[in-house]
Write a protein that binds this ligand. Structure first.
Ligand code: SAM
Length: 246
């Protein structure tokens, strides 16, 4: 997969060189290109913002540098990339969207600053390619770079070959596997005794059926406690009698 990020703070994207995403890049599974938006300005001050039409506080990112940058990056490529525009007013980012984005061969991210990008930029590219306006949560950050880090990591770990064990995201919270719709329950590792705390006996039993049942009960209890909205969305037909007793 190829990912381009256009930003006025390229250094903010340096974490994309480390850990899972960095390794995926080093192994050639992910081609990440970070661009400085100011390279597409033509004045002495490399201006990317201006005052908003209609008045009001704050500044708005000018359309010209974004247009020039996107035209040059996208070129005449067919198929064109999908554009991912971080914005608090976008569709909520979730695992379903991460899966959808992970299937695209090429994504271009446009993290903004100030009050966002002149609307004409999204309108222009929406006529030529798929545009996802995406929010990572119901709060307002100073810029879209942190949302890009969040989205790229969520997408990258779904790419074939990126996780050592392809099964390891199957049981994650929000995954579509046997625990679909549930948050993952607690996990434990060695030592068997830490301070005065042990491990639930069932996990040491070696009994796969009982362990699976315990994990599902824990997932149900945690989801009911932390995210009752997710419980309400589960198809009742997907619950067994034991689930309902939980
Ligand atoms: N005035 C905008 C509003 O109220 O919707 C907020 C602009 S915010 C200060 C600047 C930029 O940060 C946004 O254009 C977007 O790129 C990014 N941003 C801030 N919060 C975000 C969020 N929750 N999800 C995605 N991007 C966000």
């Amino acid at each position: 997969m190829r990912i381009d990020v256009v930003t006025i703070f390229p250094e903010y994207l340096e974490p994309l060189n480390v850990s899972l995403v960095g390794k995926a890049r080093a192994r050639g599974l992910l081609d990440v290109r970070v661009h400085d938006l100011r390279a597409w300005t033509h004045d002495r001050h490399h201006t990317v913002d201006d005052t908003p039409y209609g008045g009001g506080p704050g500044m708005v990112m000018k359309p010209e540098p974004w247009g020039e940058a996107l035209d040059e990056i996208i070129g005449t490529a067919t198929p064109p990339p999908a554009l991912v525009v971080p914005t608090p007013s976008g569709r909520p980012f979730d695992q379903e969207l991460a899966v959808e984005l992970s299937r695209a061969p090429w994504l271009v991210f446009t993290p903004a600053r100030y009050e966002g990008i002149d609307r004409r930029v999204v309108d222009e590219y929406a006529e030529r390619l798929t545009v996802h306006e995406v929010s990572i949560g119901d709060y307002v950050l100073a810029g879209g770079e942190a949302p890009v880090l969040v989205m790229v990591e969520a997408v990258a770990r779904l790419l074939p070959g990126v996780l050592g064990n392809a099964e390891s995201h199957r049981d994650d919270s929000f995954a579509g596997g046997p625990m679909a719709g549930l948050l993952e329950g607690p996990v434990y590792t060695k030592p068997p005794q830490w301070r005065d705390r042990g491990i639930p006996d069932v996990l040491l039993s070696g009994h796969h059926g009982r362990i699976a049942r315990w994990r599902r009960d824990q997932a149900l209890a945690r989801t009911a406690a932390n995210r009752p909205d997710l419980i309400a969305r589960i198809d009742p037909a997907a619950l067994d009698a034991h689930d309902r007793a939980e």
